[in-house]
Design a protein. Structure first.
Lengths: 207, 436
């Protein structure tokens, strides 16, 4: 092995170690989940809440039907769970972004999640208000309009009066939502599409 | 003086040698057991005839004093002799109560070692105004007298010897007044019993029951203690009586303080005991309370057509516009004493697991602070969008809720399982533990 090749391997090992340190959220234990029918979001929510790892979930369309999950024993890592659940030959990929796990489709209906939020600040507001404000950011709103998509929020279940503040500078819309979840102490966000009355809705939920 | 002996003091000669034309006050100092020395003296008129006894009085700083009865009717009159035995001047207020709600309050200033005579009938006839500009009416027939410091507070310290005589110069009859040292008839610590939230401060107060039924506060002059400091501690300076619930349990707290004792009614010629303070040590049972259970009140379904969603305490939980519907839940926390758990800083952590729903299930864990005055907190369940027409028909949320109350960093499970179908007209609430 040439010295250059050895150096590259060493750098790669260091990079891998740095990417997945012992404190990485990917090492957290996933609780036992019995086999059964689960929708992708419900399964990811269950794991995200149990491991206290925030998740940002973008669905390729609507929520879809529950599918069979064979279950897992207690003690597998979050990384192993994601690898087993989000199969490489499937329609989704997952990615760690800081302490947030993003799951998104390989072929998305809209590329709005990659649109940049240049500068955004909000102080002492409800988290769902922040999502609504982010949807009105010029580049995000423009992209949604170009694709004839109505971006909207949908609150289901318990609503909390807790408020928070956030400051965003030059982040992709997806990263901005991640930032919101972390800053506001929420467990995750979900986005899914719905076709209704010849219109395409992109629904956003916080959980 | 040897025991069982008496001695005659030639006061007439002594007073005569002073060359005074008026009144004098004779003081004796005595060191020995209380009531072991009897002093008797009387007055005579110019012809040498005995008139009546001039009573001896012990002197000391006391709280207010009362004369139970005076009269100035049917030819009778009442005279009071006031003497300041101290070096310091005394500003007094003589409150003559002569009818329900009617008081004539006469200010009297006595320099050190000086004496004053008050003749009630003379006061009325002269029309001497009191501190409120009122006069003692001639129609006043009888009443009682309370002598206080200038502030009028019956607890203020005064240094005054008082004697009184009721006489009728026409019929040549006379009698004695009845006087008393005002003070406390009972002592206590409030509240009784006391319930203190675990991990919280609570103010205890000590008091005595004054003879007129008022309850002067002695919290700041008490020495506070706890029977078990592992359960509750009670502070002294600078926050006297401030108790802290260290751990759940039962114990008692006490306050030790000195206060004037009510000496009861003493009517001459019985010997007048010295006014005394008494050392009181009242206590109260203390129970350090923890959350015990909750009740829930479910609000009706509210439809929203672009307005905001607010919780019952007025906080916005979903901003406008909201298109859909919501329902509120008001929880009331009760402590182990069966009363609303009102300890400040109490929080409730809600875990909301949706058992089935469309769209996907949710689980939220907001932590809310219970109302400090009523021990209540609120939850709002909603299904709404920010664009019309609202959630598609067929969407629903059913959930289980677990509500834990957190006090002083300790979590008390208050488990409630709610089967909630937001679209349904009725909400089924099923309590599983620690709830009604």
């Amino acid at each position: 092995m040439s010295p250059l090749r050895a150096l590259l391997i060493a750098i790669e090992l260091v990079a891998v170690t740095c990417a997945y340190p012992q404190t990485s959220v990917l090492n957290r234990d996933v609780p036992a989940i019995p086999s059964g029918q689960y929708s992708l979001t419900s399964l990811l929510m269950k794991v995200g809440l149990a491991t206290r790892v925030p998740m940002g979930i973008e669905l390729a369309g609507s929520e879809g039907r529950p599918e069979f999950y064979p279950g897992n024993e207690q003690g597998i890592s979050l990384q192993d769970f994601l690898t087993a659940t989000i199969k490489t030959d499937g329609p989704y990929v997952w990615k760690q972004s800081g302490d947030v796990i993003n799951v998104f489709p390989k072929r998305a209906i809209s590329d709005v999640f990659s649109t940049e939020v240049v500068d955004f600040r909000a102080a002492d507001v409800l988290p769902i208000e922040i999502v609504q404000s982010l949807l009105k950011q010029p580049r995000v709103a423009q992209r949604l309009a170009q694709q004839h998509i109505t971006g909207a929020t949908w609150v289901t279940g318990a609503a909390s009066p807790s408020r928070c503040s956030i400051s965003i500078h030059n982040l992709a819309f997806r990263e901005a939502l991640n930032n919101l979840v972390v800053s506001c102490g929420r467990s995750g966000w979900t986005a899914f599409y719905e076709q209704k009355n010849d219109k395409t809705y992109l629904w956003f939920q916080l959980w | 003086m040897p025991p069982h002996q008496s001695r005659h003091l030639p006061l007439k000669e002594v007073i005569g040698s002073l060359g005074v034309n008026g009144s004098v006050t004779l003081t004796f100092s005595y060191r020995g057991p209380q009531s072991a020395l009897l002093v008797a003296n009387g007055s005579v008129d110019q012809s040498g005839n005995y008139v009546f006894e001039a009573e001896a009085r012990t002197t000391a700083e006391t709280a207010s004093k009362s004369s139970i009865y005076w009269t100035m009717s049917n030819g009778f009159d009442t005279m009071y002799s006031l003497w300041n035995p101290g070096e310091k001047a005394e500003d007094l207020l003589l409150n003559f109560h002569y009818a329900p709600g009617k008081t004539y309050s006469l200010p009297v200033h006595l320099d050190g070692h000086t004496q004053s005579m008050i003749d009630l009938k003379q006061l009325a006839m002269q029309g001497t105004p009191d501190v409120h500009g009122q006069m003692l009416p001639m129609t006043a027939t009888s009443g009682a007298l309370v002598i206080t410091g200038a502030s009028g507070d019956v607890r203020d310290t005064i240094n005054l010897a008082i004697s009184s005589g009721i006489y009728n110069p026409v019929t040549a009859t006379c009698g004695y007044g009845c006087e008393t040292c005002n003070g406390c008839t009972n002592f206590g610590v409030s509240p009784d019993p006391a319930y203190i939230g675990f991990g919280q401060n609570y103010q205890l107060n000590s008091y005595c029951v004054w003879e007129d039924g008022t309850e002067p506060d002695y919290t700041g002059s008490s020495d506070w203690g706890s029977n078990d400091t592992s359960i509750v501690t009670v502070q002294n300076s600078p926050q006297w009586g401030l108790a802290y619930g260290q751990s759940p349990g039962d114990t008692s707290s006490s306050a030790s303080f000195y206060a004037p004792a009510n000496m009861g009614q003493i009517c001459a010629p019985l010997p007048l005991p010295q006014c005394q303070n008494t050392n009181a040590a009242p206590s109260t049972p203390v129970n350090v309370v923890v959350p015990s259970y909750e009740t829930v009140s479910v609000g009706g379904r509210i439809d929203h057509n672009g307005d905001s969603v607010t919780s019952p305490d007025g906080q916005v939980v979903i901003p406008a516009p909201c298109y859909g519907y919501s329902r509120s839940y008001t929880y009331q926390i009760y402590g182990t004493d069966g009363k609303p758990f009102t300890t400040s800083g109490t929080q409730s952590k809600e875990t909301n697991t949706t058992t089935s729903s469309n769209p996907s299930s949710l689980k939220l864990t907001p932590t809310v602070t219970a109302g400090t005055s009523q021990g209540m907190f609120y939850d709002v369940q909603a299904n709404c969008t920010n664009v019309p027409p609202g959630p598609p028909t067929g969407t629903y949320v059913k959930g289980n809720q677990q509500l834990d109350v957190i006090v002083g960093g300790t979590t008390y499970p208050q488990i409630r399982m709610n089967s909630i179908d937001m679209e349904a007209t009725d909400v089924t609430v099923t309590c599983t533990a620690n709830c009604h």
